[in-house]
Write a protein that binds this ligand. Sequence first.
Ligand code: F6P
Length: 546
Amino acid sequence: MSNRQTLTSWKKLKQLAQDKKSQHMNTLFANDVKRFEKFSIELPNMLLDYSKNLIDSETLDCLFELANETKVCDWRTKMFTGVKINKTEDRAVLHTALRRQSDEPLIVDGENVTEQVQNQLAKMEVFVDKVRQGHWLGYSGKRITDIVNIGVGGSNLGPQMVTEALKHYSDGSVNVHYVSNVDGAQIVEVLRPLDPQKVLFIVSSKTFTTTETMTNAKTAMKWLTSSSFDEKSVAKHFVAVTANKKNAMALGIEEHNIFDMWDWVGGRFSLWSAIGLAVALDLGFDKFKELLEGAHEMDQHFIHAPLKDNMPAIMALISVWNTTFLGARSQAILPYDQTLHMFSAYLQQAEMESNGKSVTWDGVEVDYATVPSIWGELGINGQHAFYQYLHQSNNVVPADFIGSVESVTPVSGHHETLMANFFAQTQALMTGVNEQQVRADLKAKGRTADYIDKVAPHKVHKGNRPTNTILLKRIDPKTLGSLIAAYEHKIFVQGIILQICSFDQWGVELGKGLAAEIQEELNNNTISAKHDCSTASLMKFYQNAK
Ligand code: F6P
C-alpha cells in the first residue's frame, strides 16, 4: 500500500467524501452566500472560480493539510532549484529555468543552466530576426516565407497550440506549418502549395530518435534536394532543436544550425525552449519573450502564494478531490475561446503522459485512482455534440471552463452570445432541474397530464456536476504563458500528492519497441511466431490484401 493512505488528512478526506456524495451543491450555495468570495482567486490577468465543486471550508482545509503532509512546498523548492526529482530517469526538472528572469546561476551537474538558457535565447533571437527580416536566404537567394516544424508529442503540441492561440499577434512575416504525423498524407498536403526555395524546416526532437519525426525529416530533405539538386542546400533550409546533436548532424544538419535542448527539460514542458522556435519566428522574438514572462509570473505566484491562495495548487487539490476521493474518472477541458482550440489536446499530453501512472515513485502499486483521462473541445462546439452526456449521463465529468472577458477579434454580438453560453453551462451543470420543477414548467406551458408523465423523467437534470471557471482578461502572449504554467504546476502538485513520478513516460516505450519489430516484419513480408493470433492474423490480412 502507498503510504498516502495512512496520512491523517487522506483518511479524513475519505470520510468527508462519503458525506459529500450525498450533498447537492445547491444546498451548499443556499447555505453560504459567500461561496464565490471564499472559493475564487483573482490574479492580475485571470480569475479562477472553483466554488462550483462539492467542497466546503472543511474539505478545503483538509486538502491543504494533505498538501502539507505530502510536503508539496518542499518538493516545489526541489523542482525550482534543480534537485533530480525525476527519479526514474535521474534528472532535474527545470522547464521553469527556461523562463526565469534572472542572471543568477543555477547549477545542475556542474553546468550553469542559466547561462545555457541565455545563450540559446540569444541564438534564437539572432536567428529569428534574420529570418523575419529576410536576411536568411534559401538556396536560390530567395527569402524564407514558410516555416515547417517537424516534430511530434511535446515537440509539436505545445508550439502548435501556442501558434494557434496567438495567431492574432502574428504579423505574417512568415507562415508557420506543423507536421507531426508519420501518415504521409499530412506532409504531402503541407508541402504541396509550398516553394522549396522559400521553406525553412525545423526538425524538433529532443532525442532525435523518434521514428515518425526522422521519417518526416528525411522526406522533407528529399523534397528539397529534388528541387535544388544539391545536398548543400540543406544548410540553408534545415535547422534542428535537440539534445542529441550527434544524430542531428548525422542526418545532415549543420552544427551551427542546431539549437540545444537539455535532459532537464521534459518534452511536454519544452515549448519555452528552442522547441518554441516556430512560435518565435511567427510572432517575433519580443512576443515570445512575453510568453516566457507570463509563465514566469505564474511561477512566482506558485512559489510565493500561500496554498490557500495558490491557483495551481488549488487546481490540483480539486482534481485529486474529484478523482481520487469522489471517483470521477475523466475531466473535460472546455475553452470558450476559439484561439484555444488545441488546448485540450495539449493538456492531454501534459497531464496524461505526466500522471497517467499507477505505481508510486518507489515502484509500489497504488490502489487509488490517479489522474483522470483528459478530453475536451471548444465549448460551443461541444454543446452541440457531447454536452448531453455532461448534463444527463450517469457518469459525472468534472470540467474546466476557460473563457476571456475580451475577444481578440471582436465581431458585433458574437462575444456576448459566446459568454452567455459560457455562464449558462456551469450554472446548469450545477443547479440542474428536478422533476417537480420540470412538471410545473410543463404544466405552465399548458401540456396535458399524459404528456407530462411521459416526458418529465427525460427532462430531469440532476445537476451537482463540478466545474472550475477560468476567466482570462484576454488571450495575449503573457496571459497564455501564465495559463499554461498554471496547468504545468497543477500537474506537478497532483503528481506529488498522488506520489507518482510526473516526469518520465515509460508507458510509451512498449508499443514503440514493438512497432519497430513489426515494421521490420512488414518490410520483409514475414510474421514472427511470437505474436498473438489476433495480431498475427491482422498482419497477414494486411500483407495479403496489399
Ligand atoms: O512518445 C512520447 C514522447 O517521448 C514524448 O514524451 C515526447 O514529447 C515525444 O515522444 C517526442 O519526442 P522527441 O522530442 O524526442 O522526438
